[in-house]
Design a protein around this ligand. Structure first.
Ligand code: ZN
Length: 237
């Protein structure tokens, strides 16, 4: 191969083709943006990372904070959903809570702001991410919850539960229902995911690792895909 300096002719050709490809793709994207043709995501999903600010949530056997784990998993869910083309609205993006300062009841203030964000997003789905705790430290496993009486939320929570069992090897616990403020903000299918028990030493050690957080996030997204009927698109649902 003929050499020009340190480059071969082949390398120069490859470089030229790459540059042309980048320019063509760039023009194409620009044209779409100019023409307003960028597709709007078909579905918008709100991800609510529970707690934050002065509210750490529950804490682990060795001191892990629920609020931090919730946010870490929420961001991973956001990232995967965006890769699948979903629109995502995050209720919180950092460690701060959503309450106003100098209020009598910061918890009420926090929940009210969460409700406003969820309502304004007009979402097709809501996922609230939490970690669990229990007096018996041998209890472990992830569990999804829905608002009693909301059939679509029940279907969604059960879809998530199946995926949590499949991807995390969580015990054969059933999804469960209850009465939850955050699941009543909109009629869209909504679920709380308690990703695991921080009071169980082994599960706490898993939940603080990025690898396990990614597995949890993937399981949740698989539940979302199942609910919307994206079955067998090579995503291992
Ligand atoms: Zn919580």
């Amino acid at each position: 191969m003929r050499k020009i300096g340190i480059f071969s002719i082949r390398k120069i050709w490859l470089l030229t083709i790459c540059v042309i490809a980048i320019i063509v793709v760039g023009i194409n994207i620009t044209a779409k943006i100019v023409a307003g043709a960028t597709p709007k995501p078909q579905y918008t999903i709100v991800i609510d990372a529970g707690h934050g600010g002065r509210d750490d949530g529950c804490s682990g056997a060795s001191g892990a904070k629920e609020s931090e784990i919730n946010l870490a998993i929420a961001k991973r869910v956001e990232s995967i959903l965006q890769r699948f083309g979903f629109g995502v609205v995050m209720v919180r993006q950092d460690d701060n809570g959503l309450y106003d300062d100098n209020v009598d009841n910061y918890k009420d203030s926090d929940m009210e702001h969460r409700r406003q964000i969820i309502e304004n997003a007009k979402p097709d789905m809501v996922v609230s991410i939490h970690q669990n705790s229990y007096s018996d430290s041998s209890v472990y496993g992830a569990q999804a919850f829905w608002q009693e009486g909301n059939e679509n939320s029940e279907i969604f929570a059960k879809a998530i539960q199946t995926q949590l069992q499949k991807h995390l090897g969580t015990p054969k616990t059933e999804a469960n229902y209850g009465d939850y403020y955050i699941l009543k903000c909109v009629d869209a299918p909504s679920a709380i995911v308690e990703c695991g028990y921080l009071t169980n030493v082994e599960e706490e050690q898993q939940l603080v690792t990025t690898e396990y957080q990614q597995k949890v996030a993937y399981a949740i997204v698989c539940g979302v895909l199942k609910y919307f009927g994206y079955v067998g698109n090579g995503v291992g649902v």
